[in-house]
Design a protein around this ligand. Structure first.
Ligand code: SAM
Length: 273
């Protein structure tokens, strides 16, 4: 079974290998058959489709396993981007693998990675959060928990909730963080803007168009904490055991992404101790 990433807007964003594969399989399993047909017709691909969405994924996966058993080749796509990423696919992949068939990924478009690639954040790590819970209480708890994560945060959000979510991010995350709002990626009205988190509600409110379309929100990592986190300290101590202070601090900065000056100061303290 081929797991094929498809465009997130611009129909040209499909790989040669994806087109070749979609032309060569016996069946394409897809979330919405009309949506898939639009993509397949655009590329002149005539092939049967099978609906596989979150409400029928188990039965559809059983059917795919049967077809694979009959020697058929199948492709799995979602409405947009990479199957299994905030989209159905994971249960099907697990069932197909459990039945002993090979699963072949065909990498391609993904909204989170597209947004990150144009965000220009210096953070060495990111956490893909995807959609936050819809219920206010659960959403606030989730954001609070994310405050402790030492990474840029990548959210998917629907247009009708973007104002609310951004207001909560401002309220619950550190004010020093930046946000990159990436809307309508690869489409006609694509817009990617970066600003201090606190400015985002006013930017969204300034123009009704700013709240339209599909959104990825990327929040830069938290400001450096006072003192070192345990992992950084562990790296620094290991390097100090083998290297002079300056070199250990430099390497620790490269490995952890922490500021070199802070590591140098801490290395001096540790040596002194
Ligand atoms: N599987 C997809 C992927 O690989 O990115 C994600 C599917 S998820 C159901 C849909 C969400 O992804 C949207 O609500 C939005 O947050 C984000 N998204 C998808 N396409 C987008 C685009 N063109 N621009 C911005 N965000 C997009």
């Amino acid at each position: 079974m081929y797991v094929v990433a498809t465009p997130i807007g611009n129909l040209g964003d499909i790989s040669l290998r994806a087109l070749e594969t979609l032309r060569g399989v016996d069946l394409v399993a897809c979330e919405d058959t009309r949506h898939a047909r639009h993509l397949l017709d655009h590329h002149g691909i005539k092939i049967p489709t099978l609906a596989l969405h979150q409400h029928n994924e188990n039965e559809a996966a059983d059917k795919l396993v049967r077809l694979l058993g009959e020697g058929k080749a199948v492709a799995l796509i979602s409405d947009a981007g990479t199957p299994g990423v905030s989209d159905p696919g994971a249960r099907t992949v697990a069932a197909v693998r459990a039945a002993g068939f090979r699963v072949v990924p065909l990498p391609g478009p993904n909204a989170a990675i597209a947004a990150l690639s144009a965000a220009g954040l210096a953070d060495p790590h990111f956490l893909f959060v995807g959609f936050l819970p819809a219920k206010v209480g659960a959403r606030r708890t989730a954001i609070q928990a994310l405050g402790g994560v030492d990474a840029a945060l990548v959210f998917y959000e629907a247009p009708h909730r973007v104002m609310e979510t951004v207001a909560e991010l401002v309220e619950l995350l550190e004010p020093q963080r930046d946000i990159v709002i990436a809307r309508e990626l690869t489409k006609l009205f694509e817009q990617i803007v970066r600003m201090p988190l606190a400015d985002a509600p006013a930017w969204l409110a300034a123009d009704a168009n700013h709240q339209r379309g599909e959104f990825v929100l990327v929040v830069s990592g938290p400001p450096p904490r006072e003192g070192m986190d345990a992992e950084t300290e562990r790296v620094l101590i290991s390097l100090l055991a083998e290297l002079p202070v300056k070199q250990a601090a430099k390497l620790a900065a490269e490995i952890t992404g922490r500021p070199k000056n802070a590591l140098y100061a801490r290395a001096l303290e540790l040596k002194g101790g």
